[in-house]
Design a protein around this ligand. Structure first.
Ligand code: FAD
Length: 384
């Protein structure tokens, strides 16, 4: 059996290097005029629609969406460079993150021409934002047990049920909801599921906030009470929801957001060490080395995605190793002697550290837990 642990290594050519420089200049200008304030976990907590539109104006949203649908027709590698730089800087990218990362590619793969025309230009402009309606109170890791139900009616479907942990639903225009449209077949639990594009302002949709321990609000519960979804807003094929969702997850698990959520903190630690405010610690180099290794695999996966290749196993490897690294960085940076108390020059580091420790529990959970992903990896390697 042939085993592909990671796709081939990608060399960055001149075009990508120039793009990277351009994004860095944009970031420097943003930091200088305070439109960009670096934060931890900025792709989930940094909701800033104005910033998203400023990226759209540069041509950095909807990059992989074809020009005919309002996008830029760029490659996944070009998108990788842009998103990597923004994440490394802790830029507020969460408003457009889900739409740009996975909804666009899913619409291109499974959507109708009507859906593409209706939604893709708005995604590329930063006018349409999306949430993910997969998890439910009794369906997280075991997603096939979703109980939200779709019943066919004249001209469409009526959807009822409840979703939970729906990041950004209170500020988004739509979400993709996974629902059961045929009774459970115990021999084929993944059959009979379908995806619907639900307008979150439709009658029967009730979005209720869940406030996190740190006082932030990005999570929500979304209650659906006989919400009408017209036939032209069914995504893909009725009954094929499982295969569609699985392909969406490959985009969700392999990107640089899975190892860069705490990089602004590592950067701050490096700066404090260079200033002489902290004693040099060899561990710092080890963390940068881990990040570089993850970068290499993640960028190679982006290249493979451009060719439509299967990346499920390597995407899961990036997510397990990357999210573990993010959490380790949070812990390391807050336990460095001198970082916990002392002079004001370490205030930024301490503030990022406090934030990172509260957020870290979510790193290995969102997008599939590490325990579950280890099972996916084992299967991918033919071990189960
Ligand atoms: C920050 C954050 C943002 C999120 N945003 C969204 C969102 O926008 N939309 C959305 O739909 N969902 C979202 N989620 C939900 C996320 O996808 C689920 O939390 C995740 O899939 C786990 O499901 P659960 O919470 O129901 O835990 P459970 O599935 O109940 O798991 C509980 C524990 O049991 C372990 N476990 C479960 N099954 C197995 C198994 N077979 N083998 C070994 N161990 C197992 C898990 O690893 C975990 O430790 C978000 C979660 C977080 C933390």
């Amino acid at each position: 059996m042939e085993i592909h642990l990671a796709p081939p290594i990608v060399q960055e050519g001149q075009q990508l290097t120039e793009l990277r420089q351009k994004v860095r200049e944009f970031i420097r200008a943003g930091i200088a005029d305070a439109t960009l304030v670096p934060t931890i976990n900025s792709w989930l907590g940094g909701w800033n629609e104005e910033f998203s539109r400023s990226l759209a104006a540069e041509g950095w949203l909807g990059m992989t969406i074809p020009v005919e649908f309002g996008g830029r027709g760029s490659t996944f590698l070009q998108r990788f460079v842009v998103t990597q730089e923004l994440l490394a800087a802790g830029a507020p990218v969460s408003a457009h993150w889900v739409a740009d990362r996975q909804i666009g590619p899913s619409l291109l793969k499974f959507g109708t021409d009507y859906q593409k025309q209706k939604l893709l230009p708005g995604i590329a402009n930063g006018d349409i934002f999306f949430g993910i309606g997969m998890s439910e109170p009794d369906a997280g890791s075991d997603l096939a047990s979703v109980r939200t139900k779709g019943v066919q009616v004249e001209g469409g479907w009526k959807i009822s049920g409840s979703k939970v942990w729906t990041s950004g639903a209170h500020a988004s225009n739509y979400f993709f909801a996974l629902a059961r449209t045929a009774p459970v077949d115990t021999d084929h639990r993944h059959a009979g599921l379908s995806q619907f594009i639900i307008d979150l302002h439709s009658p029967g949709v009730d979005v209720r906030p869940i406030v996190s321990l740190n006082g932030h609000h990005h999570f929500n519960e979304v209650f659906l009470d006989d919400v009408f979804v017209p036939d032209d807003m069914v995504l893909g094929t009725i009954g094929e929801g499982w295969n569609q969702v699985t392909s969406e997850l490959a985009y969700e698990r392999s990107g640089p957001e899975r190892f860069l959520s705490t990089l602004p903190m590592l950067n701050e630690l490096l700066l404090a060490t260079r200033r002489g405010d902290l004693a040099p610690d060899p561990e710092l180099g080890r963390y940068f080395a881990r990040i570089m290794g993850l970068h290499q695999v993640s960028v190679s996966i982006a290249d493979s995605l451009s060719r439509g290749e299967e990346v499920g196993t390597s995407a899961s490897i990036v997510k397990v190793l990357g999210t573990t690294t993010e959490g380790d960085i949070a812990e390391f940076a807050t336990t460095v002697p001198g970082a916990a108390e002392g002079d004001a020059s370490l205030d930024t580091l301490r503030a990022l550290g406090d934030e990172a420790l509260l957020e870290r529990a979510g790193f290995t959970l969102r997008g599939g837990t590490n325990e579950v992903l280890r099972g996916v990896i084992a299967r991918g390697l033919g071990l189960r």
